[in-house]
Design a binder for this molecule. Structure first.
Ligand SMILES: C[SH](C)CC(=O)O
Length: 268
């Protein structure tokens, strides 16, 4: 690495994702907390564009700082590290919750039960994410995972009435983690006879859709910190079925070949 400081090496840019993501709000908070917001800029884009830039830099062993999260295939594909966050700007470990529209339990008890019982580990989700990253269509990667985890899936469908073609609409944002979880939930619902409609939207419309009932459910609420603004905005207008995954993490992420370890190291 050159003698220039890390800011100069990356043009004082952090490569982010879609502007509506909670991770972007947490990163803006971190940039203020660590006094970076004068010199540094947080580049908006998409989750896919961020991982494409990470790939390009990583293959050339060039410096890059991205907004990262766990579970994500990038940590198994590349040798990456989170920058330490001594001020706790990104909050503690979180869970991903399943939210449904009001009245879903009465309207569609079987699908509600399956979504309520849907629960898996970060390593389960990463299995699906890696397959999708390696080129599998999300619905096929989901089908493969469901097929090879019959035991676990039977716990999700236990006691749930069949769908008999009843419709279920799920909304999600194109984050690699939510593409995986939403497609697995959809596959299990379909196998139980439900007709599932998937809608990919931005983060704001995802919460708005469940809150106004135009969508039945989402499996993508990162709580208590990352989506707290959305959660509080629509409080009372959705049902929170609790975590479908525990042990997530978010923060500034860099290749291990970079000689920095903390967000503090970004200060000039
Ligand atoms: C990008 S994380 C999957 C979720 C979020 O930051 O809103």
């Amino acid at each position: 690495t050159s003698s220039k400081n890390v800011g100069d090496q990356v043009n004082y840019e952090i490569t982010g994702i879609d502007p509506g993501a909670g991770l972007m709000k947490s990163t803006e908070k971190a940039m203020k907390d660590y006094g970076l917001n004068k010199d540094w800029t947080l580049k908006e884009g998409s989750a896919a564009a961020m991982t494409a830039e990470l790939k390009k830099a990583y293959e050339k062993k060039e410096p890059i700082i991205v907004t990262g999260w766990t579970p994500h295939w990038m940590f198994s594909k590349y040798d990456l590290k989170y920058l330490k966050d001594p001020k706790g700007s990104y909050g503690k470990g979180e869970s991903i919750h399943t939210l449904t529209k009001k009245g879903f339990k009465q309207e569609n008890p079987g699908a509600n039960k399956i979504l309520d019982q849907f629960y898996w580990k970060p390593s389960d989700m990463e299995e699906v994410m890696v397959d999708v990253q390696d080129g599998a269509k999300p619905e096929n990667a989901a089908a493969k995972w469901v097929k090879s985890h019959k035991q676990q899936v039977s716990k999700w469908t236990k006691g749930a009435q069949k769908g008999n073609g009843k419709e279920v609409s799920l909304v999600y944002v194109a984050w690699e983690s939510e593409i995986a979880s939403t497609n697995v939930a959809a596959k299990v619902l379909e196998q139980q006879g439900y007709k599932v409609k998937l809608q990919q939207v931005e983060a704001g419309p995802m919460f708005a859709g469940v809150a106004d009932g135009s969508a039945d459910a989402m499996v993508a609420a990162w709580l208590p910190t990352t989506h707290k603004d959305y959660y509080n905005k629509y409080k009372g207008k959705f049902e929170d079925l609790g975590p479908n995954l525990k042990g997530t993490k978010l923060g500034l992420t860099v290749p291990k070949y970079m000689p920095i370890d903390s967000i503090e190291d970004l200060k000039k």
